[in-house]
Design a protein. Structure first.
Ligand code: PLP
Length: 423
């Protein structure tokens, strides 16, 4: 097996593997990149930070998710939700694949524009925007944006009356992991009033948007939201608007994608003729499974149970709930540890009980309350966690002075992705 490694800059390494392609190559490639990186580090002599947690990202997995999207949701043009993971290589790949982008702030818009993406491929999908950011969007021609209340309409009229507006409606998000409807979305009781106000203000409403909640699990929530959108399209027509676009938001996960896509496609075909343009704002779906996180065991504590005369262990890692495991708190995740490297000379392979903790001084900083791993892990060993691409690094903090900016080793298990990225 031949690897080609090139340091893109001091923080990123690209490892390219020739000969393997496709989903079955992902595990192999990622594991090899993890091993290779870990073997570069000598915990006894390394500089502070060299043994920091790091990611391996498989851009091939992002590419495959895109193909899967196109196969199952032909009508829906994805606008990747940058907030989910703004990794520069992921954005570069998606830009090359021709997706659009959902941005929530000036910084996200700027990052996408810098890739050379045309402003018409961006939707500023935030119903409650910062005034200076709206001025920035206006200066850079990012016209598409959402609203769900009257005050936002007055703001937009003052700052960017040419904007192309999407009325974000409320959805039933009760089946989702992260609920959004308690904060955003106009109910159908006030949609007509808002459209009338927009008309009075001479604003350009072009579509309807919704979000069924992040990590949605009930396909029925898409069916209902599409039906409600049809109602708002009809209300808008009565007021004199000819709406052109429906934005079906995000909420998709890799596990239930086909089921959700089928329900959504059926509803779209039932309620919207082919002349209506459909866009979506998937985040988690594209990146969750593409990122694996490796962490170093920085400390260990033995906990003896005198009643049973057995020991369990508390492991302290160099990343935690204030870092890339912020997904435990903000995204209700339960990351699962696997052993990456157990130091030599330790042949114990017994099932051993652990709790796993982050590095900060706060007791809430816990990764796993209880897990069983084979063998006795020690300081300097490495663990890895799969499915760490969504809502992880983006919400990491520097609490206690630990880094929030970890190295990413990129691999590609799809030649299509490698070609687009020039790997
Ligand atoms: N669009 C909007 C407006 C959002 O708020 C979010 C997530 O919070 C997304 C898209 C992405 O959602 P997901 O990652 O569930 O696809």
């Amino acid at each position: 097996h031949q690897y080609e490694s090139a340091y893109l800059n001091h923080k990123s390494v690209t490892v390219n593997y020739g000969g393997h392609n496709g989903a079955e190559a992902q595990k192999f490639l990622v594991k090899n990149a993890l091993d290779q990186r870990v073997n570069e580090i000598d915990p006894n002599t390394c500089e502070p930070g060299e043994e920091d947690a790091f990611f391996v990202a498989d851009v091939g997995e992002v590419y495959r998710q895109h193909l899967r999207w196109k196969m199952n949701l032909k009508r829906v043009k994805p606008h990747y939700a940058v907030k989910c993971n703004s990794d520069p290589e992921v954005l570069r790949l998606l830009a090359a694949l021709g997706t659009g982008f959902d941005c929530a702030s000036k910084a996200e818009i700027e990052q996408v524009l810098k890739l050379g993406v045309h402003p018409s491929r961006i939707i500023y999908a935030h119903p409650c925007k910062t005034k200076s950011y709206v001025r920035y969007a206006a200066q850079h021609g990012v016209k598409q944006m959402t609203f769900d209340n009257a005050d936002e309409l007055y703001k937009i009229q003052a700052l960017y009356p040419q904007a192309e507006l999407f009325l974000r409606i409320l959805t039933d998000d009760s089946s989702s992991l992260c609920r959004l409807s308690q904060k955003f979305g106009a109910s159908l009781d006030c949609s007509k009033e808002l459209l009338e106000l927009a008309k009075t203000l001479d604003l350009n409403v072009v579509g309807v948007s919704f979000h069924v909640g992040s990590g949605a699990s009930d396909p029925e929530s898409f069916t209902k939201a599409v039906k409600d959108s049809r109602h708002v399209f009809d209300q808008a027509a009565d007021i004199g608007y000819d709406l052109k676009t429906l934005d079906v938001g995000g909420g998709f996960t890799g596990d239930t994608f086909e089921e959700m896509a089928q329900a959504l496609s059926e509803a779209l075909d039932e309620y919207f003729p082919p002349s209506v343009r459909i866009i979506g704002e998937p985040g988690r779906y594209y990146v969750a499974s593409a990122f694996t996180l490796a962490c170093n065991v920085i400390a260990r504590r033995e906990v003896q149970d005198s009643a049973t005369n057995t020991s369990s262990y508390m492991l302290y890692l160099n990343d935690g709930a204030y870092g890339n495991f912020s997904s435990i708190i903000f995204d209700h995740q339960h990351p699962s540890a696997q052993i990456l490297r157990k130091q030599g000379g330790n042949n114990n392979n017994r099932a051993t009980e652990y709790s796993i903790w982050g590095p900060t001084c706060d007791g809430i900083d816990r990764i796993s309350e209880f897990c069983v791993l084979r063998g006795l892990l020690d300081v300097g060993d490495w663990l890895y966690f799969e499915e760490m691409g969504a809502y992880t690094r983006c919400s990491a903090t520097r609490f206690n002075g630990f880094s929030d900016d970890h190295q990413v080793v990129y691999v590609s298990s799809e030649q299509g992705a490698s070609a687009l990225l020039g790997y």
